[in-house]
Design a protein around this ligand. Structure first.
Ligand code: SF4
Length: 363
């Protein structure tokens, strides 16, 4: 092991110890999926992949919310942006995601009113300041962002705001894990589970998936030593033939998660079947606005029709998002598809796997 590689870690001594343990204990080849885009970026940034023994293969999963947003949803956002008197508000990551014909960035250049916000509350403020316009917030994200969006819908109701709307395109992580485990094409021996999502949903949210499809799973944080600890725990389970859920992030993740946040989420949203890029429709994996709050539903207030939307030609994001293909094996990687001129969302998002491979020169 090269000590130089880990000297930048926040706790190089512990990192070295964990790496030694991993190398000593990993005997059989395993494929571990880091489900979360933040883990993917941390793994690349820290160079952890290159420090692991050859027996361990880390593959990236569907944990980048912008990347898993279906092409049809992107086209719906774009169609709404072209409607009269509409202001679209969105997090910045979505701006450059290519739709079938254009992107939010291109639509803005064409004169559409599209604004990047840092919180859905900013979108509500824009609505209050523009009573004659329809202000739409694009609700993309996992269980980490959905409660905040739900809270803003409750605030809009309290303020009796009539021109604030949300496109509910949120996704839930546990149903996606189930879909991956049911897919014959996807080969996974263990999951590194997302720390921040788990803070909200709690460890028990994974129980039914893990019972139906026993597999090693470890919830872990985002520091290099958190990730190495998670990998070590997965190696130990795999070598012992165990398949349980372990929590290596117990300093912030509890069994029940954040009941207050989940209460707000469930008050405003209810589960619905949702299409994921590359995976297809996953039962009960999306969140739609409940009928009680339907006046805030942008799909109802601003109905648009989009034709069937095929993924960008030649883009293998779907296979990348399920860990079936690594980005360098996509024919467009580094050629027609770069962060400056992306073909698919996995090259756009700061959490996208293709962007990570590109940025950290992995081929
Ligand atoms: S490299 Fe580009 S085209 Fe290929 S899968 Fe990734 S985003 Fe799609």
């Amino acid at each position: 092991m090269d000590k130089k590689d880990i000297q930048g870690f926040e706790n190089a001594g512990l990192a070295e110890h964990l790496l030694q343990q991993i190398r000593r204990e990993s005997r059989h080849p395993i494929r571990l999926m880091e489900v979360c885009g933040t883990h993917t970026m941390a793994v690349f940034r820290t160079g952890i992949r290159s420090l692991l023994p050859e027996t361990i293969r880390l593959i990236s999963g569907p944990g980048c919310p912008v990347c898993v947003t279906a092409q049809e949803e992107i086209d719906t956002f774009l169609a709404m942006a072209r409607e009269e008197d509409v202001i679209i508000t969105t997090f910045g990551d979505l701006m450059r995601v290519p739709g079938t014909h254009t992107s939010l960035q291109q639509e803005r250049a064409n004169g559409r009113d599209i604004r990047v916000v840092y919180s859905p509350l900013d979108a509500l403020e824009i609505a209050v300041k523009n009573p004659g316009r329809k202000v739409v917030f694009l609700g993309v994200g996992f269980e980490t962002t959905a409660p905040t969006v739900a809270a803003v819908i409750l605030e809009a109701e309290k303020q009796k705001t009539k021109n604030f709307f949300v496109v509910a395109a949120h996704k839930q992580v546990p149903p996606a894990l189930e879909a991956l485990l049911e897919s014959e094409a996807v080969k996974i021996d263990g999951f590194l589970l997302p720390g921040h999502v788990s803070v909200i949903i709690g460890t028990k949210a994974y129980t039914s998936v893990m019972e139906a499809h026993p597999i090693p799973g470890v919830i872990c944080g985002f520091e290099p030593t958190d990730i190495l600890q998670g990998i070590l725990m997965l190696v130990r389970q795999a070598e012992a033939g165990a398949a349980t859920l372990q929590n290596a992030y117990s300093r912030v993740v509890t069994e029940d998660g954040n009941p207050k946040a989940m209460g707000i989420l469930h008050r405003v949203f209810e589960p619905e079947d949702a299409a994921w890029r590359g995976i297809g429709v996953i039962p009960k994996s999306g969140l739609k606005i409940r009928e009680t709050f339907s006046r805030f539903d942008a799909r109802k207030a601003i109905p648009v029709t989009v034709p069937e939307s095929p993924p960008p030609r030649g883009c293998a994001c779907g296979q990348v998002l399920t860990g079936v293909l690594s980005p360098p094996r996509c024919a467009l990687f580094r050629k027609r598809c770069t962060p400056e001129d992306p073909v698919g969302p996995c090259m756009v998002s700061s959490e996208g796997t293709c962007a990570a491979y590109y940025r950290y020169h992995m081929d």
